[in-house]
Design a protein around this ligand. Structure first.
Ligand code: CA
Ligand code: ZN
Length: 300
């Protein structure tokens, strides 16, 4: 059966103290509706941006309790389908994003989504619908949905899209999964601090893996296996993602650290997810054909 969850149940932080709003069994599928990151408060460019309630940004729909998920397990999340609304919005403003020091006031732009394109003035932009916020409750204090981390959260990683599978470290019983903050299009970096923010609907299959371990979220699709990492600086995030991936390959293949480091220097890609949230997020990307050469899967 496919469960459904509406936007009636949103959280503003991933937090073990939030009561579940839905319970699913491992392997079940759920269709989750989401607001945009402003909780749909900006419907036209006449909306006074100073009038919006900033306590209601980055809502994630959830939390969903996954039966059998225990601390130390991995929650596997397959994104079966990703649908977006027909109108997006972007913002810029002082102190926001890479260009915030040059901007004098908050501005917003409403962007219609028509025939598979986002209409920016008269420029048709190709869509790359993706999920900005997706994750599970962390072990300790709650983490705002605006911040990424080992639990997932606001990773703003454009690879989080239809067909991708994510792997999260479960920190609390039931995992307490949630998602929100969809973008119709976003470039690596998310330099303005917003993608083309849209409401939408994601259909995901949630599965508990007892035999896997991950430290920060991982993502795979048909072409690549990736290690995501968020940290205070880009440099530190790069180090964490690279080292976690190399350790994983060493463990799965029995090759030495030096051999795997050379191999990753030849075929691995360090890529930026975002540089504008409270922590920076990167991904270390390994082509999937390597799994065939190794004769072993790296995750899943
Ligand atoms: Ca975001
Ligand atoms: Zn967003």
């Amino acid at each position: 059966m496919t469960h459904t969850l509406s936007t009636e149940s949103v959280i503003y932080d991933f937090n073990k103290t939030h009561a579940q709003v839905k319970s699913v069994k491992t392997g079940e599928t759920i269709e989750i509706s989401t607001y945009d990151c402003f909780e749909n408060q900006i419907q036209s460019e006449d909306t006074e941006i100073t009038g919006i309630d900033w306590n209601r940004v980055n809502p994630a729909t959830g939390p969903i309790y996954v039966e059998g998920a225990m601390p130390g397990d991995v929650l596997k999340v397959k994104i079966e389908k990703l649908e977006i609304g027909n109108q997006g919005v972007m913002v810029v403003g002082p102190e926001l994003g890479v260009m915030g020091h040059r901007l004098k006031e908050m501005e917003s732009k409403v962007i219609p989504i028509q025939d598979g394109k986002a209409i920016f003035n008269h420029i048709e932009i190709p869509l790359n619908p993706m999920i900005g916020v997706i994750g599970v409750a962390p072990e300790g204090e709650g983490v705002s949905c605006g911040t990424p981390g080992a639990h997932g959260g606001n990773m703003d990683n454009k690879m989080i899209t239809e067909g991708a599978t994510l792997y999260f470290p479960v920190a609390v019983e039931g995992a307490l999964f949630g998602l929100g903050d969809f973008h119709a299009a976003m470039g690596d970096g998310e330099v303005s601090v917003s993608g083309i923010e849209v409401p939408g609907k994601a259909t995901v299959t949630l599965e508990v893996l007892k035999e896997e371990r991950v430290v920060q979220p991982m993502l795979e699709n048909n072409e690549v296996v990736t290690q995501i990492a968020s940290s205070q600086t880009l440099e530190e995030a790069v180090k964490i993602a690279t080292e976690l991936m190399i350790d994983r390959i060493v463990e799965k293949t029995g090759m030495s650290v030096s051999e795997v480091t050379m191999l990753m220097s030849a075929v691995g890609q360090v890529e930026i997810c975002q540089v504008v949230d409270p922590l920076m997020t990167v991904r270390f990307v390994v082509p999937k054909w390597l799994e065939e050469k190794f004769g072993v899967r790296l995750i899943g």
